[in-house]
Design a binder for this molecule. Sequence first.
Ligand code: GDG
Length: 466
Amino acid sequence: MRLVIVSNRVTIPERTEKAAAGGLAVALREALEKQGGLWFGWSGNVREATSAPNVVERGNVTYAVTDLTEAERQSYYLGFSNRALWPLMHYRLGLTEFSRTDYAGYLAVNRRFAKALIGLLRPDDIIWIHDYHLIPLAAELRRRGVGNRIGYFHHIPWPPAEVFGALPFASTLASTVAAYDLVGLQTQTDVANLMGCLVAMCGASINGSRLRVGRRQTQVQAFPIGIDVEAFRKLAAASVRSATTPLKATRQSLGERKLVVGVDRLDYSKGIVQRLEAFGQFLRSHPDQRGRVGLLQIAPPSRSDVPEYAELDRQSDEVAGRLNAALGEFDWTPIRVVKKAYSRNALAGFYRRAQVGLVTPMRDGMNLVAKEYVAAQDPADPGVLVLSRFAGAAHQMGEALIVNPFDTHEVAEAIRTALAMPKSERVRRFEKLYDTIAATDIGWWTRSYLAVLSGAAPLEPEIVPG
Ligand code: GDG
């Protein structure tokens, strides 16, 4: 059976490109290469009028990418996906901007993708659709007579019906979920919320992990996504020996000082501003720590065309500037916010050097940074992960210091506890965390999902607690 993957963005790899170290894109590419397949989605480019997809062969994988018009980018991508669905799914009703024009554009792009995809499909293809940009795609395919197995994976949280119901046309959108054979979510909470929405809004009935809407049955299950643990561990170990990674320069610039690290796209769901405030609170509550530890926040800009993101950009500069001015010394800057992307090598080095990994999103589907931080540690002298209870990762990673990111004082005290934690306890916590992320790595995730989608039984370990 050929595998067909559909995602919002598709990057066609260069002929000479070696697989990067880990990541979802690489895992999906590997799954495609193994059984042969097709990857369909947006090229990331904008052009004046739509045209047939650009089809490129790389080995036994076919890439088919289509451009968007500027109007489509505005309504489907920036508008409905990122100003309505993204804040809504992250429980942020106050930030949700709903526009009927954007919703119409979202549906129109899903229709256009369905039409373009149908021309490329074979009868025995298994189709795996990714993320909130494409929720109604299966319904559009079914409407046009596609009977193939179709699965969906939702990478971000799914909120309770009381929150989701604030979206105009919520029940229409929710009902399109029933067009899938399998819906995967990150946690049991997301599963319960999605099922609750379909029961409340579409009259669905539940039978174990199956939802029934009319004559259709949909399997709904949690598949917590993982990372390529082994590749990341190797990358981090190599960064210690390498003279070219920023790790060496970090050592020179920090000296003996301890390091707390945060790595996030510049996104309000990640709690970056609240985290900076918590670090400031930590320094105020523990003046003996001033000059001894610094926070490095890597925050590559994302979606900067969306006004709420531009506002976050401004706000994070303001808070970091205010705290540095209030708490810094002539020879020590407490907070460094770096608004650019670094290589995965460099990130692995920062994680390895940091005594504390601060992962405090206000809400997050999973959060891969939490897993990368653990994978990068020195097993003999590991750092401590401070993790938001509102990240999907907290359902699996209970040996981290679990915090409420809305409580600045609690996060500040967790930083203190992490920095003071004896080595024996750090090692004990690290070993449990490492075992968990290694048992449910990206390979396990892809295999488990595809085994269920193609009708076979789920692989061990059984779908994880939480
Ligand atoms: C969505 C869900 C879910 C970050 N800065 C740099 C960089 N990164 C990499 C990280 C990590 C990835 O980006 C971010 O993944 P997250 O999981 O943390 O968050 P989202 O982008 O919001 O992803 C999330 C995920 O989908 C998968 O299902 O876990 O909950 O929101 O890998 O390392 N990478 C490089 N330079 C950077 O500066 N190279």
